[in-house]
Design a binder for this molecule. Structure first.
Ligand SMILES: Nc1nc2c(ncn2[C@@H]2O[C@H](COP(=O)(O)OP(=O)(O)OP(=O)(O)O)[C@@H](O)[C@H]2O)c(=O)[nH]1
Ligand SMILES: [Mg+2]
Length: 348
């Protein structure tokens, strides 16, 4: 993976220039990304993944420089429990798309520390064809920090892929609580991959996650598992019909379908369903409305993170927060009063 292990600073570009994020370098890297240069894209993603303050500033300038590209990809979030077949599905679906002339980027988002180096290797073998295809770009999940940091970096990586001219950006996450919400919050469509199983399993999928799904894909609908998959699909279809109708859905959505990432059965139908939904949402204003709402909440999250970071940097305030935290824990001070005290100190 080019750039995956390299130094993230864009200042040290391949041209050997040592820059400090000045306009020249940023403009140049932006042009290279817009020209679809994968190496530039990989480096830029490494940059946005960095927590270093100077890198953050460069990343901000780069994203600003790319803002005007006006390119829009179809952003597809994809979630499912370990072993459900996400990687296999992405390989099959990704190949299906590139064979139709589309450019596909795959980003993995994993806020837990569950994904070891071994699984990344596993993914590479599961996505062997796709990872070698000139119209595909696969980026594994970076090493981990807290969820907030992951959300920001992932959004930025999506924006970079979009500016690089990818038609479809797949954002994969393993189902671990909040990560689905995060991925759904940066996608136009959200797919939930489910394994064939008895009725009891239905209870295992949290209602909140079902409510986010646009398509539930029952994978492994092949061989001996086909009858179970058929039943599972019917169960989920029934469950989806019981959910409250969402404004952003045409008749018949959200829906459950069967696929086999192994035999490729149902992949074309799933893509048709995704396209039909995306088109309907575009024609009915939900697409733009959703993107606007996502951009707004991204801004608000940035602001919250920046304000907290500023508090963290001020050692007097940090000490105050520590002391008040202890006092709140003892029951000596109420949480409300403690927060007011910190805010009052900031105003001084
Ligand atoms: N029969 C059948 N097996 C499948 C299918 N898709 C995936 N598998 C198998 O299921 C296992 C897990 O597949 P992966 O694609 O690695 O699953 P994953 O969701 O990416 O798993 P994690 O990365 O661990 O979260 C592998 O042994 C696959 O060969 C399918 O459509 N049919
Ligand atoms: Mg996988």
């Amino acid at each position: 993976m080019p750039g995956w292990t390299s130094c993230p600073s864009l200042g040290k570009s391949e041209t050997g220039q040592i820059g400090k994020g000045n306009g020249m370098d940023i403009a140049q890297i932006a042009r290279r990304i817009e020209a679809g240069e994968r190496r530039a894209l990989a480096r830029a993603i490494t940059l946005v993944e960095s927590a270093r303050e100077d890198h953050r500033a460069e990343a901000g300038a780069l994203l600003e420089a790319l803002k005007g590209s006006g390119r829009e990809a179809l952003r597809i979030g994809l979630s499912g429990t370990p072993g459900v077949g996400k990687s296999t599905f992405i390989e099959a679906f990704g190949m299906f798309l590139v064979e139709r002339g589309l450019k596909v980027a795959v980003l993995a988002v994993d806020p837990s520390s569950a994904r070891s180096g071994g699984s990344i290797l596993g993914d590479k073998t599961r996505m062997e064809q796709l990872s070698r295809h000139p119209n595909a770009f696969i980026r594994p999940s970076p090493s981990q920090t807290q969820l907030g940091g992951v959300a920001r970096r992932s959004r930025e990586a999506v924006a970079l892929c979009e500016a690089a001219g990818f038609d479809v950006v797949l954002i994969e996450t393993v189902g671990v609580g909040q990560s689905e919400t995060m991925v759904a919050g940066m996608a136009d469509l959200f797919l939930l991959l489910i394994a064939p199983a008895g009725g009891d399993e239905l209870q295992g999928v949290k209602r909140g996650i079902m409510e986010m799904a646009d398509l539930i894909l029952v994978n492994k609908a092949d061989g001996d598992l086909k009858p179970t998959a058929t039943r599972t699909c019917a169960d989920y279809s029934g469950a989806l019909r019981l959910l409250r109708k969402r404004q952003q859905d045409p008749e018949g959505y959200p829906r459950a379908m069967m696929v086999s990432a192994m035999t490729h059965d149902g992949i074309a139908e799933a893509w048709d369903a995704m396209q039909a939904l995306a088109t309907w949402r575009q024609e009915n204003g939900h697409w733009a409305g959703n993107r606007a709402a996502q951009a707004r909440s991204w801004f608000e999250e940035e602001l919250r993170a920046a304000l907290l970071a500023r508090l963290e940097r001020d050692s007097a305030i940090r000490n105050m927060v520590d002391e008040l935290g202890a006092s709140v824990a003892n029951g000596d001070t109420s949480p409300t009063k403690a927060a007011e005290t910190v805010l009052a100190a900031l105003d001084r």
